[in-house]
Design a protein around this ligand. Structure first.
Ligand SMILES: Cc1cc2nc3c(=O)[nH]c(=O)nc-3n(C[C@H](O)[C@H](O)[C@H](O)COP(=O)(O)OP(=O)(O)OC[C@H]3O[C@@H](n4cnc5c(N)ncnc54)[C@H](O)[C@@H]3O)c2cc1C
Length: 492
């Protein structure tokens, strides 16, 4: 039998379904698959061969490309969409990290040791099970920031420009502030390309290809770009699954996160395809029911309260949460069934270094914007809320500003009165980030049900257990995985 004949496509349903295409050669009990095929599925025919094939071009996938490409391995990043970047590129890019050189240079002295106990408690209460691994990622995050800056040209804002308050000392921002993912992801893409990394967009991974020994030796993609069959097979020595989370997959959300089923999703591409691909290889999924995150459908606006004075009220004009942490605020709007909320702001946001974000969001969403208004009464009228209710909310907030203590919701940052002219922006809570995924070891090696590594397959970022937390930890996860791949291929 010719070697090619081993690459049988058994178990595939349709060309565009995310169902793995597995050879049955490894099963002794199964009838011979020789000569068999799946209707509508072309035989395996590799169009190209690389050392490392990375599925997904978000922060985890791009970061996983660093070590292998630096070691001279051939790397392909395959992305199902026509644009690179995934959820990472759509993010607010408010990056939680501490101990990076970038922060030290700005005189910020907090270390991972200082902050980890608090972070650990937050992860624990969200239901994250592998806290040792979470710690590993948290401690690796500063390395990711510094490597992004020094070796990949990422441009960050000077932390001294926004870190006057305690919480922001533990955050880094891209050069132009909230939402400016271009300043970090584009230089990364360009530097990787300069190192020879090949980017293929419009390539949706639909299945693994196994060789005669039952080992993964490639991936099948559906694509509208190549031959008439719409199928491309890529041979690889190692495959990294970095396909993001499953927040957009309604059936997975129903299965694992039913309480969040009736809320919309910010992204459309986080379909959990990598989860299913890994599962079909025998990997386990874990932490799938860890509380997902909720953000505003105008995500940047929800983050303004972290950098400037804002006041957030519900559809009736009542304050209901602490404005200085966007995710808790948006989650409260959903869990308390408040429907939607308004961020009330003044010129402070534009003066805070987040001018770009303020201009972008308000100009693109003029129909959701009320203001400028010289008085609270005018603002209430524009928002369609009772003048009396909003007036009382503003008065109560002012009394707490005067007292220096937010006794209602514990706001610590920017507990300040807004000054006219006032504006308000209407937003809806949406879910966006899931944290469960395939079980892997500390180097992202995919594990089977017995905890044994599945040769040649890795998984990182929001597709893996322990991933999905943030850009920094997913970037760090990518680095750890890329390092393991490079070592396993003997190129370290
Ligand atoms: C609105 C929003 C705001 C956010 N704000 C912040 C923030 O301020 N700070 C922060 O730290 N984090 C933030 N996040 C979260 C952060 O973006 C994620 O944690 C991170 O992007 C996950 O990275 P990833 O590489 O694992 O996945 P992604 O970035 O989602 O990348 C996965 C990629 O895989 C591709 N893909 C999926 N299936 C396939 C397939 N079958 N074949 C090929 N390619 C495939 C997807 O198209 C995507 O490009 C935000 C996210 C959103 C949506």
């Amino acid at each position: 039998m010719k070697r090619r004949d081993f690459f049988k496509l058994v178990g595939a349903s349709a060309a565009f379904a995310a169902v793995p295409l597995l050879s049955s050669c490894s099963s002794a009990a199964a009838p011979s698959a020789e000569g068999a095929g799946v209707l509508g599925q072309p035989q395996v025919s590799f169009s190209t061969s690389v050392d490392v094939l990375i599925l997904g071009s978000g922060m985890a996938g791009l970061s996983a490309a660093m070590d292998p490409s630096e070691a001279g391995l051939s790397v392909m990043v395959a992305e199902k969409l026509d644009v690179l970047g995934g959820e990472s590129y759509e993010s607010n890019a408010v990056m939680e990290v501490c101990g990076s050189q970038l922060q030290k240079d700005a005189g910020i002295t907090e270390t991972c040791d200082d902050v980890w106990p608090e972070r650990k408690e937050a992860l624990k209460s969200a239901g994250v099970t592998d806290l040792d691994f979470a710690k590993r990622l948290f401690y690796a995050a500063p390395e990711w920031v510094d490597r992004m800056k020094s070796s990949y040209g990422a441009q960050f804002a000077d932390p001294a420009s926004y870190s006057a308050n305690e919480a922001n000392r533990r955050r880094v921002l891209p050069k132009n502030g909230i939402g400016d993912t271009e300043s970090i992801m584009m230089p990364l893409r360009d530097k990787l390309a300069a190192k020879g990394v090949q980017f293929s967009t419009g390539y949706c991974a639909t299945g693994f290809i196994l060789d005669e020994a039952g080992k993964v030796c490639g991936v099948r993609f559906s694509t509208s770009k190549k031959d008439q069959s719409g199928v491309v097979d890529v041979h690889a020595r190692a495959v990294v699954v970095a396909t993001g989370g499953f927040a957009s997959n309604q059936s997975l959300v129903r299965q694992y996160l039913s309480a969040w089923e009736r809320i919309g999703c910010y992204t459309a591409a986080s379909m959990g395809e990598g989860h299913k691909l890994c599962q079909a290889l025998g990997a386990q999924l874990s932490d799938m029911s860890v509380t997902p995150s909720v953000i505003s459908d105008l995500p940047q606006a929800a983050a303004w309260g972290m950098f400037a004075p804002t006041l957030v009220v519900d559809a009736q004009g009542n304050r209901f949460a602490n404005e200085d942490y966007m995710r808790d605020l948006c989650a409260a709007c959903f869990t308390q069934e408040r429907g939607y909320f308004w961020t009330i702001f003044d010129s402070g946001i534009s003066e805070s270094g987040q001018a770009r974000s303020a201009a972008q969001v308000t100009s693109k969403n003029a129909s959701r914007l009320v203001g400028p208004c010289d008085t609270v009464e005018q603002l209430a009228s524009g928002m369609g809320v009772s003048e009396d209710v909003l007036g009382k909310t503003v008065d109560r907030f002012s009394s707490m500003v005067e007292a220096g203590k937010d006794s209602d919701f514990g706001r610590k940052q920017f507990l300040k009165n807004l000054k006219p002219p006032y504006y308000a922006l209407k937003q809806f809570p949406v879910r966006f980030r899931t944290r469960g995924g395939a079980v892997v070891d500390g180097g992202g090696r995919l594990l089977d049900a017995n905890g044994k590594a599945i040769a040649g397959v890795y998984c990182c970022g929001a597709a893996a257990q322990g991933g999905g937390e943030s850009l920094t930890t997913n970037g760090a996860f990518g680095i750890l995985t890329g390092r393991a791949v490079t070592e396993d291929l003997g190129a370290a």
